[in-house]
Design a protein around this ligand. Structure first.
Ligand code: PXG
Length: 461
């Protein structure tokens, strides 16, 4: 019997990785030039360990998803138990499994408004693709086949499949694949810092909502299927809307009979100190996709919550919905999601984020960066936020070219064992919800240090 070669050195892992592995959102040639990937070998709580034995504070919770923290034996055991009992069965063809049934009941109970029906998939992208097909089917059934256009925002991220990337508003993604597909349009994001000019933030929030209404009027309400938005835009740079924004969006969607989709893939499951971002902003969506924190990333799972209006028509008039995935309602992923939700409930993690660790992180970070020459704004709610690095704080002027300074800061974070993402020149964070005060202090200390190093590189400190 031949055995695989033992690869136990960082250099071996890197070489093999570069030779065979195409990474998402990665310039492989540039990665090779820098020597290759950092190899993460294990993790506990909010701390990663790499193949060199370095301990790294993960202020991103993986990719905005490991809400209950790493190393949860309960989740591993829930998966193990379910794998022994029934590792797989599908939910097509008049069958179901206990975990998929129980999870749909639980999600119906946790979500706001009349979101009572659940369609399962495995990723946020699949959830949003599902929504595009479901909504198109819905308006056909309603006898309004003209209502097909989706309105989203510039800078939005809703996933990487063709439809999800079309929903997204990232021009770099569009450029590489001739997107968006027909039927997807984008309006201004409610990002006061960049677009607010001289307006007061609340006036700007109304103006950003009006951009949606203007687009509906321009296209004709009889052409518009739905508006999609994250309560707070995560991958777009943690863009926190003014309080005036969401109530206006809700009013506009109702007034023009446009479905409202709240993408909770990042905001859901406690990140903002509430079960969902929609709870924080009082949004009553018709449809709500979720993923990431649903299983804390331990297994791939996503869900589309559908309200009575759309589900009623689909069920009563739609016949068979020709859509689904082999892993829709995967029993092991659903069992892990149920256990993950139990942990969030039993440990009162969401209350803790709302009342304790969220305010503590937001205040501590603002205090540590107050008056820093590079910091234009610290924004965020609960355990999500961004530090905007700018050339001129008074005029909110960005560095040119956009993204260079963020890149410098991210490299300092990497070298100082802190994981923060750079979105343009905003340093974003979204740590596990289990963070202690001491860990928050450590996060803030390292962030300040890395921003100081960046400022020194630029000669402004
Ligand atoms: N909606 C939102 C709001 C997301 O943030 C998706 C949908 C797509 O989910 P999947 O599971 O298909 O990836 C996301 C994903 C980043 C980053 O670097 C963000 C995401 C994914 C990967 C990287 O910020 N968000």
């Amino acid at each position: 019997m031949t055995s695989l070669p033992v690869r136990n050195s960082t250099a071996q892992w890197r070489a093999t990785d570069l030779a065979h592995h195409l990474h998402p959102f990665t310039d492989t040639k540039a990665l090779a030039k820098e020597g290759g990937s950092r190899i993460i070998v294990k993790a506990e709580g909010a701390w990663l360990e790499d193949s060199e034995g370095q301990r790294i504070l993960d202020a991103m919770a993986g990719l905005w998803c490991v809400n209950v923290g790493f190393g949860r034996k309960e989740l591993a055991e829930a998966a193990y138990r379910q794998m022994l009992e029934l590792p797989y069965y599908n939910t097509f063809f008049k069958t179901a499994t206990p975990p998929s049934i129980e999870l749909s009941e639980k999600l119906a109970a946790l979500t706001p408004a009349d979101l009572r029906h659940v369609f399962f998939a495995s990723s946020g992208s699949e959830a949003n693709d599902t929504i595009v097909r479901m909504v198109r089917h819905y308006w056909n059934l309603e006898g309004k086949p003209g209502k097909k256009t989706f309105i989203s925002r510039h800078e939005a991220y809703h996933g990487s499949t063709m439809a999800a990337a079309s929903l997204g508003g990232m021009s770099a993604m569009h450029g590489q694949a001739d997107l968006p597909l027909p039927g997807f349009v984008h309006v201004m994001a409610p990002h006061w810092y960049d677009h607010g000019g001289d307006l007061d933030p609340e006036d700007f929030g109304r103006a950003a909502a009006k951009a949606v209404e203007d687009k509906i009027l321009e296209l004709g309400a009889d052409q518009v299927a739905a508006f999609i938005g994250e309560p707070i835009m995560g991958a777009g740079g943690v863009l926190v809307p003014p309080d005036s924004y969401w109530p206006e969006i809700q009013r506009i969607c109702r007034a023009h009979d446009v479905l409202l989709i709240a993408d909770e893939v990042i905001c859901g499951f406690g990140r903002l100190g509430h079960w969902f971002g929609s709870d924080l902003y009082g949004i009553e969506p018709d449809i709500m996709p979720m993923a990431k924190g649903l299983t804390s990333g331990y297994l791939p799972l996503s869900a589309v919550l559908v309200g009575d209006r759309v589900a009623g028509t689909l069920i009563d008039e739609g016949g068979e919905f020709y859509h689904g995935f082999t892993y829709s309602g995967h029993p092991v992923a659903c069992a892990v999601a149920l256990e993950n939700i139990r942990i969030l409930e039993d440990e009162k993690l969401i209350e803790r984020v709302r009342e304790d660790t969220g305010p503590y992180l937001q205040q501590t970070l603002r205090a540590a960066l107050e008056g820093h020459p590079l910091v234009g704004e610290v924004r965020g709610i609960g355990l999500i936020g961004a530090i905007e690095l700018v050339e001129d704080r008074a005029t909110r002027k960005h560095f040119e070219p956009v993204g260079r300074v963020g890149g410098i800061c991210r490299e300092h974070c990497f070298a100082n064992n802190l994981i923060m993402r750079a979105v343009r020149d905003a340093m974003v964070f979204s740590p596990p919800l289990t963070l202690s005060h001491e860990e928050i202090d450590e996060l803030v200390k390292r962030a300040r240090h890395c921003i100081d190093l960046t400022a020194k590189d630029l000669g402004v400190l």
